[in-house]
Design a protein around this ligand. Structure first.
Ligand code: NAD
Length: 469
């Protein structure tokens, strides 16, 4: 199927493709709920049909095990489809709202409308989920769309191109493969919305291009997500949940706990528990375990290894082994790290975990607020007051109390960042909202015409003064 589609894709100039997407949107074909649901059903069937190829591509690009590939990618897309199918009619329904007395005779409603033709750009770390979850939302909201998967997960990009080409007509959903050069050209096109998932650095490029044409954006970015462990936490459980969140996809998860801020009284206990959890999950030598993820490419591998040779990095308390040929880095815990070390200045995006100690709660704020507002934050504590204090004081995209990363895997919570970690949010109804414009419509009656707003009205000002207090 891919062979039939690719030559046409290459021969077709970009503006003609975007033009076709726009004309199809303007024809109104994508608006009916029946059409939206029909397309979501088709996508679901295609995912089932392509499951073996998708799993194989994830294995090739990122060495994802079947459990990880299904639970963090394919299954999550299917769940978004299921929720959208059962709720899209309700989401798309105009909602009546109150009308003030000053508008007597009128009724008011909020009418969701698709944004139009949208560009969706994906990253490499969850190349299926982060490409297709926005597609589910965009279809549910009635848009047409152009997709650009990441060139850094090439096997997955190829399978996605084949799947999309087989399941959708190209005037409804088109997909273009390629890297920064292709994205640069796409960002010049007159889309109605950019939905970008990736780094804050490229997020800036996307937003600059959007600013030139006043195109609205959703930016799903990254940053340093702290994980706070208080002295009253359940250390046994915290260790399992932190190791799980950090080592899923070998730490290459936008919401992975980036570094630990742990109370001095429990630091050693947490460190040794986390080390035994690593061995429980992946054995004594995780880099030899076929189910342990690899680093996506050599550039990222060398970036991560270079953190370990930095001047201010403290010392390796656990792990530190590397396998260059396999692009694998063992789970590595660092102690005595200075906040000036590069590992504390940049998003780590790998299986390295700095342990930063604190004694006073104020020290937590100083550490977290040394970096821009994070995408996620995790707090482990038995005390509701402490949990509330942290959640209430620190700005961040979203997070968990006594868990890590699981807030991402629900369709009922908005998922997105704040400031440099992102603009806007999605998942479930929040995704529908991200791809919709909400029109406010006032419908006035023709049966009568109250004259007090007109310049001829004698008592107009007095009445308006009363109504608009
Ligand atoms: P990236 O920004 O390098 O790439 C993302 C996309 O942008 C790719 O499709 C790529 O082809 C394109 N791109 C790269 N350079 C470009 C350029 N100069 N001009 C135009 N387009 C360009 O991000 P990545 O390395 O794929 O992903 C890692 C980053 O993404 C991390 O910061 C991570 O936290 C973040 N992320 C965020 C989320 C989220 O949901 N918030 C999810 C996954 C990853």
């Amino acid at each position: 199927m891919n062979d039939e589609i690719t030559p046409a894709v290459i021969a077709d100039p970009l503006d003609a493709k975007v033009n076709r997407l726009q004309s199809y949107y303007r024809s109104g074909a994508t608006r009916s709920i029946a059409f939206r649901k029909g397309q979501l059903h088709k996508l679901r069937n295609a995912i089932h049909q392509y499951e073996p190829q998708l799993l194989a591509a994830l294995k090739q690009d990122l060495n994802k095990s079947e459990l990880e590939a299904y639970s963090t990618e394919i299954g999550l897309v299917l769940k978004e489809i299921r929720v959208a199918l059962s709720r899209v009619r309700r989401w798309a329904k105009p909602k009546r709202v109150r009308t003030p007395l000053s508008h007597f005779g009128a009724s008011s409603q909020i009418v969701p409308e698709p944004l139009g033709t949208t560009l969706i750009i994906g990253p490499w770390n969850y190349p299926i989920y982060l490409m297709l979850a926005p597609v589910v939302a965009a279809i549910a909201a009635g848009n047409t769309m152009m997709l650009k998967p990441s060139e850094m997960a090439p096997a997955t990009s190829r399978v996605l191109a084949a799947l999309i080409g087989e399941v959708f007509r190209p005037e409804f959903v088109a997909l273009i493969e390629g890297g920064a050069d292709v994205t640069t050209e796409l960002l010049k096109q007159p889309f109605d919305h950019f939905f970008f998932t990736g780094s804050p650095q490229v997020g800036r490029i996307v937003m600059e291009a959007a600013a030139k044409k006043l195109i609205p954006v959703t930016l799903e970015l990254g940053g340093k997500s702290p994980c706070i462990v208080h002295k009253d936490a359940n250390i046994e459980l915290a260790a399992r949940r932190i190791v799980f969140g950090k080592l899923t996809n070998a730490g290459q998860t936008c919401v992975a706990p980036d570094y630990l801020i742990v109370h001095k009284a429990v630091k050693q206990q947490l460190l040794s528990k986390m080390a035994s959890v690593v061995e429980d999950f992946y054995g004594k030598e995780p880099i030899l375990n076929p189910a342990y993820g690899k680093i996506v490419n050599e550039r990222h591998f060398h970036r991560l290894v270079s953190y370990l040779h930095d001047d201010n990095v403290g010392h390796v308390a656990y792990g530190g082994q590397i396998d260059e040929a396999a692009c694998k880095i063992a789970p590595t815990f660092l102690e005595g790290v200075s906040l000036q070390a590069r590992v504390m200045q940049e998003e780590i995006f790998g299986p390295i975990m700095p342990f930063i100690e604190y004694e006073q709660t104020e020290d937590i704020y100083a550490t977290v607020q040394a970096s821009p507002k994070p995408l996620a934050l995790y707090v482990f504590s038995g005390s509701p007051e402490f949990q509330q204090e942290i959640i209430g004081r620190i700005p961040f995209g979203g997070g968990c109390i006594n868990d890590t990363i699981m807030h991402l895997a629900t369709s009922y919570l908005p998922f997105g960042g704040i400031g440099t970690s992102g603009i806007g949010s999605y998942h479930g109804e929040h995704g529908f909202k991200a791809f919709s414009h909400y029109k406010g419509i006032l419908k006035q009656s023709n049966l009568f015409d109250i004259p007090f707003r007109y310049p001829t009205s004698k008592w107009g000002l007095a009445i308006i003064r009363k109504l608009l207090r």
